[in-house]
Write a protein that binds this ligand. Structure first.
Ligand code: GDP
Ligand code: ZN
Length: 357
């Protein structure tokens, strides 16, 4: 296999080649991040899989978590004589999925980049939950990927016509595929969406059948490792479980816990496309920041009263809005705390250097 073939199988495009050429560094090679483990990455494409770290200059310049490489990113690496690799740049992302950092940390974190298709998987046995599907649709849209609703475990229920109709009521244009990962029914429709040059990711609660679907797409030939153990440069063994997997028939799958259990990060732009009728009515509210919760002159509540918008839809909309406001507030709080910290540090530095009288 020539290195060029390998890049193509990873999803390399002419557009990426142009972006890479613009970096203007002849000593660097393009590659794609297939695994992420804190500050260590596995990069494929640059002449085999390599462990890489970001350069000191890169780290120095990176201001936010989102500036660091993530699974799915295309990067420019420099390979040293000993085979170790240094990441110098991340090429522009054509799409990305982000989430809030863990705990108090509300900084945006990229969990997967450059995803074309996202399979929003539900299990028809007991996981089927329209509200969750609606959130997933929103997240996928915001991430810039094409969402496909996958209704799995059709072998356990009579048919998909009823749940499919419910999903279509949420979004008339979304693609819906009924499958059984167990019997293989409908899998060809899923496989048809994963081909050369396509990056697909799976999103859905635990137990809906994502692993079984991925294994079915990969075929019996590929034995997936549950965990990948890597020795980092200090010789410690570390476990990681974010990965990008090549499909033998072409295309790549991204399977990361971060992607599987995505939390809403931003979605205010996409909310409008999922709740079109509400956004349309809201244009007539008296107050621009109307929350449609009993404010005077609210056109949305008027539309609900007139029977044009269902109460359930408005409730869902308000729940999502509250969640987004909550995320934004945490982010603001974090920024304010950082500001206070800087002021303290600056104050200390001033006192330390204050001219003595
Ligand atoms: P994940 O947590 O989303 O990765 O789910 P898994 O792939 O681990 O599947 C959870 C359980 O559902 C396993 O016991 C699977 O065997 C079962 N399962 C997955 N797909 C199907 C299906 O299409 N039909 C049936 N009956 N069971 C399935
Ligand atoms: Zn209103």
């Amino acid at each position: 296999m020539t290195p060029t073939d390998d890049l193509t199988s990873l999803g390399w495009t002419a557009e990426l080649a142009e972006a890479f050429a613009r970096l203007g560094e002849s000593g660097w090679l393009p590659g794609r991040v297939t695994l992420e483990h804190q500050h260590l990455y596995t990069v494929a494409g640059a002449g085999g899989d390599r462990l890489a770290r970001v350069s000191g200059r890169f780290r120095h310049r990176a201001r936010f978590k989102r500036d660091f490489p993530a699974v799915g990113d295309w990067v420019a690496v420099e390979v040293a004589r000993d085979g170790s690799a240094t990441i110098h740049a991340v090429l522009p992302r054509r799409s990305h999925f982000s989430r809030r950092g863990a705990g108090q940390d509300a900084d945006e974190q990229i969990v997967a980049a450059n995803v074309d298709v996202v399979f929003l998987v539900s299990g028809l046995d007991r996981d089927f939950n329209l509200r969750r599907i609606e959130r997933y649709l929103l997240t996928a849209r915001e991430g810039g990927a094409l969402p496909v609703v996958v209704l799995n475990k059709i072998d356990l229920v009579g048919g998909v016509s009823e749940p499919a109709a419910q999903v279509r009521a949420l979004d008339p244009d979304v693609a819906i595929i009924g499958v059984s990962a167990l019997t293989g029914a409908g899998l060809e429709h899923l496989a048809a969406l994963v081909g050369p040059g396509v990056t697909a990711a799976f999103l859905g609660s635990s137990g809906v059948g994502k692993s079984t679907l991925i294994n079915a797409l990969l075929g019996e030939a590929v034995q997936r490792t549950q965990e990948v153990r890597l020795a980092d440069q200090r010789g410690r063994h570390t476990t990681t479980n974010r990965e990008l997997i090549r499909v033998p028939a072409g295309g790549v799958l991204i399977d990361t816990p971060g992607m599987r259990e995505l939390q809403l990060w931003e979605g205010s732009a996409a909310i409008g496309s999922v709740f079109e009728e509400i956004e349309r009515a809201a244009a007539g509210c008296r107050f621009r920041d109307c929350r449609h919760g009993g404010e005077p002159g609210c056109a949305v509540v008027a539309a609900v009263e007139a029977g044009e918008i269902s109460v359930a839809r408005l409730e869902q909309y308000r729940r999502l809005q509250r969640e987004l406001v909550h995320v934004a507030a945490e982010r603001d709080e974090r920024a304010a705390a950082e500001e206070r910290r800087r002021a303290r540090v600056a104050g200390r530095a001033y006192r330390a250097h204050k001219p003595k009288r």
